[in-house]
Design a binder for this molecule. Structure first.
Ligand code: C5P
Length: 426
């Protein structure tokens, strides 16, 4: 990371103060940081604070002749290894999604050929507004990455998703993106139509039967915070989901892998989007659409604490009660009929008994096309399926139940990838 360069665009929101801490973290890690502060951003933090922390001049104006002479805005947009927008306001993202360029920040975002990471921050109603949803989807389809927003109490007194991710989380996302040596943002193909290969970042397609197809895969556990140090989670290792993503990429698909925390390497040719909570996974999946097929392998926590404490909960000598609320069912959501529904939606179901019957019931309840039913009983004397390399599965479709020979998670993934390629051919 040392020596890499970040262009930080600070938009106008209360969360702008957190951008100062982000600059401090980046400088401490040895990165070069130059900042652009929007006019609205100047209402929340001063150019002086950003300049002092970044030890570089701060740009605020597109038509600043002196600053332009030192480093033109186009040069600035190419100088960085990564462009970070924090806070990414509804206005900044709207302009970027619409291709507007009426100030230095929006012009730079349009001119850059580097990967962009955005940390959105806005009021919950704004974040959930269809216009903002559309803009975020457009930007994600154009290759932007997102970190947050978090859910919680907001400066305006409302509660919900919209708080900017904490500086440490943005820093971690930057570290991860820099480590992955992201390719430049894709450009639209000549003729005005986005080229299918450029519509989403990365993942070079091979020559296999899934060439030109976009596959969405979820994997791993989710972490549901109780307080800053404690989480609710499960034992999923992510191995099966990663094996599926790898097998699909080997068949030539462009794969977006939305993953909860795991210790696994990103398979070659796969674009990984890291999330922690079920709400983040749900949103990342929706941002990744459209997809030709989706394979939901993640062990999504069914519940999350109703609210995560900002401060560590202290022991009081007695018990404690955590009130849980249900998480969205990502698989069921993606399976709902509509223009964005992938042609093929596949779920996984871990059962300890009546495996096929429960899986068939799940197929109906969730509205997906196939279920890979997974026997997680300990009947074989081993400690269940978690973390192991083997898996015993049956494919459940509307036509019936088909037990598979495949035993290793890689073999299950390869067989599933072959079936998906066949189904999409039709
Ligand atoms: O209901 P159950 O958790 O057994 O369903 C498992 C399937 O549903 C898996 O494919 C899992 O990835 C998916 N799922 C989901 N969102 C949830 C719960 C499960 O996508 N909240």
């Amino acid at each position: 990371m040392d020596g890499k360069r970040i262009l930080l665009i600070v938009g106008g929101g209360v969360a702008a103060y957190k951008a100062l801490e982000l600059v401090r973290l980046l400088k401490k890690a040895g990165l070069g940081v130059r900042a652009i502060l929007t006019r609205a951003g100047e209402r929340f933090v001063t150019p002086m604070s950003l300049a002092a922390l970044s030890q570089e001049p701060v740009r605020t104006d597109l038509f600043d002749l002196g600053a332009e002479a030192e480093m033109g805005h186009i040069e600035l947009s190419r100088w960085a290894d990564l462009v970070v927008v924090a806070p990414a306001t509804a206005d900044l993202m709207g302009k970027a999604a619409g291709g507007l360029a009426d100030d230095l920040a929006s012009t730079t975002l349009l001119a850059t050929d580097k990967a962009v990471l955005a940390a959105p921050a806005m009021n919950v109603r704004m974040w959930l507004h269809p216009a903002v949803r559309r803009n975020v989807e457009t930007l994600a389809a154009g290759g932007w990455r997102f970190v947050g927003p978090d859910e919680g109490e907001m400066a305006c007194g409302e509660y919900g998703p919209g708080r900017m991710a904490e500086p440490a989380a943005i820093f971690a996302a930057i570290q991860d993106l820099l480590a992955r040596n992201l390719p430049p943002l894709p450009l639209e193909a000549a003729g005005g139509k986005p080229s299918p290969a450029a519509a989403k970042p990365a993942a070079p397609s091979g020559d296999g039967p899934l060439r030109g197809r976009h596959l969405l895969v979820t994997a791993g556990p989710t972490l549901e915070p109780i307080d800053p140090v404690r989480v609710l989670t499960n034992r999923s290792s992510g191995k099966q989901g990663y094996a599926v993503a790898a097998a699909l990429a080997r068949l030539g698909a462009r794969v977006t892998l939305v993953s909860g925390p795991t210790a696994l390497e990103t398979p070659p040719g796969v674009t990984r989007v890291e999330v922690e909570t079920a709400l983040e996974m749900d949103e990342a999946c929706r941002c990744a659409l459209p997809a030709d097929a989706a394979v939901m392998v993640a062990a999504v926590a069914d519940w999350r604490p109703e609210s995560a404490s900002e401060l560590k909960v202290k022991k009081t000598g007695g018990g404690a009660t955590v009130r849980l609320v249900e998480n969205p069912d990502i698989l069921a959501g993606l399976s709902k009929p509509g223009p964005k529904r992938p042609k093929l939606v596949v779920g996984f179901a871990a059962e300890t008994h009546n495996v096929a019957a429960f899986a068939a019931e799940k197929l109906k309840k969730k509205g997906c096309d196939w279920i890979v039913a997974n026997d997680v009983s300990e009947a074989d004397g081993k400690s269940g399926v978690f973390g192991r390399d083997e898996n015993h599965v049956a494919l459940v479709t509307r036509d019936g139940v088909e037990p598979w020979e495949a035993v290793s998670k890689t073999e299950v993934a390869e067989e599933l990838a072959r079936r998906i390629a066949d189904a999409l051919k039709g």
